[in-house]
Design a protein around this ligand. Structure first.
Ligand SMILES: [Zn+2]
Length: 242
């Protein structure tokens, strides 16, 4: 059986039998990995505590027929602060659930891992508006998954300009010629925030998302965009405060 090493982020875990745990990870080299961690629920387990959701880990595994088996686990970052806070962990849970849905087995996923780590680090800094951090992650995740939102140019014809009609189905903003008649335009502050969510510095998100009305409008669009293009489970959880 082949041994291999991978770095990745634990997405979720669940119990198997009396003492084992199944772990879902997104790894840089092999994408989604489902592995068994044997004996980790026994007291004194060597690496049980390192395989918690959100943990960034360096693992050694061997290939099994159905599930791979974890033989070593080194913790790189635990993100324990995110796990320990209700609002932060709600956002983090939505992040890893969405990654679990987008990641594919046996597919290099460096961008996805880096994005997830960026999102978790941003939550770990205890942002004032964790929901804006989550929305930034989700919008960037759509882009990584192949659904890059059009924000600078019309999704219909490519005309540049600050367009204010947003079409979920078209995948972004529409110019006045491409927008269906009678379309209602967005508050001009909303596309500015969407731009910051998609491309801005993570540390600047609190300032960009300071206006709660604009933040809620952008969040609703991000949620609809993710549900439409990536499926229902990628939408933000109802527990996440806006
Ligand atoms: Zn157009």
């Amino acid at each position: 059986m082949a041994l291999y090493r991978e770095q990745g982020v634990v997405l979720r875990t669940y119990k198997l039998g009396e003492t084992d745990r199944i772990v879902h990870l997104v790894t840089t080299g092999r994408g989604l990995v489902r592995a068994v961690a044997k004996g980790v629920r026994r007291p004194g387990s060597r690496f049980g505590g390192r395989l918690e959701p959100f943990s960034h880990v360096d693992l050694q595994l061997y290939e099994g027929r159905n599930l791979d088996v974890v033989t070593q686990a080194e913790l790189i970052t635990s993100f324990a602060r995110v796990r320990g806070d209700f609002a932060l962990s709600a956002c983090g849970s939505t992040m890893v659930e969405a990654a679990d849905r987008v990641a594919q087995p046996a597919e290099r996923s460096t961008r996805l891992v880096l994005l997830l780590l960026d999102g978790l680090r941003a939550l770990d800094r205890i942002p004032q508006h964790p929901s804006a951090t989550l929305d930034a992650y989700l919008l960037r995740l759509a882009s990584v998954a192949g659904y890059h939102p059009y924000l600078d140019a019309c999704a219909g014809c490519g005309a540049t300009g600050g367009h204010l009609v947003f079409s979920i189905a078209a995948g972004g903003v529409l110019c006045p010629r491409c927008a269906p008649p009678g379309s209602r335009g967005l508050d001009p502050a909303v596309p500015v925030l969407l731009d910051a969510l998609l491309d801005g510095d993570w540390r600047g998100l609190d300032a960009a998302a300071a206006d709660p009305r604009v933040r809620r409008a952008a969040a609703a669009l991000v949620n609809s965009f993710l549900i439409y293009h990536l499926g229902g489970r990628c939408g933000r959880g109802e527990l996440v405060p806006r």
